[in-house]
Ligand binder design. Structure first.
Ligand code: PGA
Length: 258
């Protein structure tokens, strides 16, 4: 894992945007896995700026989103379809037919999940997967005790996640109980993973992910098994790391590494 600690969430977002842009510039038809939530908002804002001011070209890019709430229509303001459209897609030149987001309203979830996994494979697999992390250590909606080999499926949200996400809804009882989510196994097949985290609420989950054991209690810890993970986190999210000095030392000496 490469751990990059930035002073502010703004720096975190800009660093992450540079990573995404370099993947797209190297491979214009890259397949990018996208995340929702508060964390990647600054990253998407920066990608929109790069598209407008620097010509970052999404015309051949394909995207697969990690998850969607079950029961919310695409037009629902808290659906991830709506989030992605408002915060990224409507501002860039991505082709509509290249956007994939799990359906929250299909009448056959089992068949849909199977098709979603197939579609990722048919598109050549995910080149770069962007991730946030839940305060319970989840990636996508893979809640504690999710199988580390899991694939796209329906997941029952943990109480902690419902409480965390209640801020986006009028009341906690409006937060959907189920989500359709890529599995940990699906995420581990991405060629490169870029996880972002900011704020003190993520510090414990970040420390457990990087320095704790691999365990389904913190599904992000499965990323320790992946050969190409970059974690870009701010100071507050880094606060519980025991090896913090070492990560800074690595970054400082990287330019001279053989
Ligand atoms: P957040 O959510 O970015 O809104 O904190 C992250 C997550 O639950 O994965």
């Amino acid at each position: 894992m490469e751990i990059i600690i930035q002073r502010t969430p703004e720096e975190m977002s800009k660093t992450a945007a540079r990573v995404v842009a370099s993947v797209i510039n190297a491979k214009p038809n890259a397949v990018i896995g996208l995340a929702t939530g508060s964390t990647p908002l600054g990253l998407y804002k920066e990608l929109v700026r790069m598209h407008r001011e620097e010509g970052l070209d999404f015309s051949q890019v394909t995207t697969f989103n990690l998850d969607e709430y079950v029961g919310l229509t695409q037009q629902h303001p808290q659906s991830y379809h709506y989030f992605m459209h408002e915060n990224l897609f409507k501002h860039i030149n991505i082709a509509k037919q290249n956007i994939y987001i799990p359906s929250g309203t299909t009448d056959n979830y089992h068949a849909f999940c199977f098709w979603y996994e197939q579609r990722i494979k048919e598109c050549g697999g995910i080149d770069l997967q962007i991730l946030g992390i839940g305060s319970d250590g989840h990636i996508a909606f893979n809640e504690p005790t999710s199988s580390l080999g899991s694939r796209t499926r329906i997941k029952t949200l943990a109480k902690q996640t419902i409480d965390d996400n209640a801020r986006f809804f009028d009341s906690p009882d409006q937060v959907p109980i189920y989500a359709i989510t890529m599995g940990v196994g699906t995420i581990l097949e991405a060629r490169k993973v870029l996880l972002l985290a900011n704020g003190s609420k993520k510090a414990a989950a970040v420390a457990a992910t990087i320095e704790g054991p691999v365990t389904s209690m913190i599904t992000a810890s499965a990323l320790q098994l992946h050969p190409d993970v970059m974690m870009v986190i701010d100071q507050e999210a880094a606060a519980d790391l025991k090896m913090r000095d070492y990560y800074d030392w690595i970054q400082a000496n990287m330019v001279n590494a053989p």
